[in-house]
Design a protein around this ligand. Structure first.
Ligand code: ZN
Length: 283
């Protein structure tokens, strides 16, 4: 496993970690000034910015873009909406290419409003990924399927384990074309008894595109917005990173913390300092 001591160049900050309280250009400067090697911005941050300008700023600071967050949910109540969702994702893929993103993060979506058809939603996800894969190839930006903890199956993602994501990769991209893989986020996957085996399989299949860290707080108060700082919860982060790197992952370690009541209320530079410290001591 790589030693992260003094190697913040191997570490990236997902901008959600700072709570999206400032303009993206300010956040980019902060992350670069703190010494990190990468950044993962969000689409909604581009609404008041020009993607080409942002790309130039990121490049000038020498940051790599470890992921572009995130997909429009795929499953829909009707075909017109499904098609609109796919088109929205194609547009985002083009922006991801402008940004030079290493992957486009796919949070695939939950059940359509009012639906109880879980299998149908999962089938739509597979169909949507197959359709987006061509655009991903054209843009040169791989799709990173991010399985979410099953507590989000209804509203955010019907893709819930790494094994399930890898099965979809094998089905949609049997030739291993290099533009479809997975994002391993410890918050979503740490509980999975098959995690180590699935990480090994992802490595063998050459599908490891991103690695996201935070922690699971034992007394978690909110299932979306109370992620812990690395070292404050129950995840053996070093063990998971060891598995991921043993499986061949050589990309950056990305911090992604949603924390409405705690970290999003703190001074952004303090948050970055603590991220840097924990990355080098507990990850
Ligand atoms: Zn993530």
């Amino acid at each position: 496993m790589r030693n992260l001591q003094g190697r913040l160049d191997l570490c990236s900050i997902n901008t959600a970690t700072l709570g999206h309280r400032e303009a993206l250009s300010v956040t980019i400067d902060r992350i670069a000034a703190a010494g990190f090697g990468g950044i993962a911005p969000w689409r909604h941050e581009m609404e008041n910015a020009n993607v080409a300008d942002i790309a130039r700023q990121i490049r000038a600071l020498g940051l790599s873009v470890t992921g572009y967050c995130r997909s429009t949910y795929v499953p829909a109540a009707n075909r017109a909406q499904f098609k609109a969702n796919i088109e929205s994702n194609k547009a985002a893929l083009r922006d991801a290419a402008t940004l030079g993103a290493r992957c486009f993060v796919m949070v695939v979506g939950g059940l359509p409003e009012g639906s109880r058809d879980l299998n149908g939603a999962r089938a739509q996800v597979i169909e949507g990924i197959a359709e987006l894969l061509d655009t991903a190839r054209e843009c040169g930006v791989p799709l990173a399927l991010e399985p979410l903890h099953p507590m989000y199956a209804a509203d955010r993602a019907v893709l819930n384990t790494l094994a399930q994501a890898l099965d979809i990769c094998a089905q949609v991209d049997p030739g291993h074309g290099g533009f479809l893989g997975v994002a391993v986020d410890v918050y979503h996957c740490w509980w999975d008894p098959a995690l180590q085996a699935s990480i090994g399989r992802a490595g063998q299949d050459d599908r490891l595109l991103a690695f996201h860290v935070c922690d699971w707080l034992r007394e978690t108060r909110d299932l979306l917005l109370d992620r812990g700082m690395m070292g404050d919860g129950g995840i053996d982060l070093a063990a998971v990173r060891s598995d991921v790197e043993q499986a061949g992952y050589d990309g950056l370690v990305e911090v992604e913390i949603f924390s409405k009541e705690n970290w999003w209320r703190r001074d952004p530079d303090e948050v970055l300092r603590i991220c840097a410290d924990r990355l080098q001591t507990v990850c």
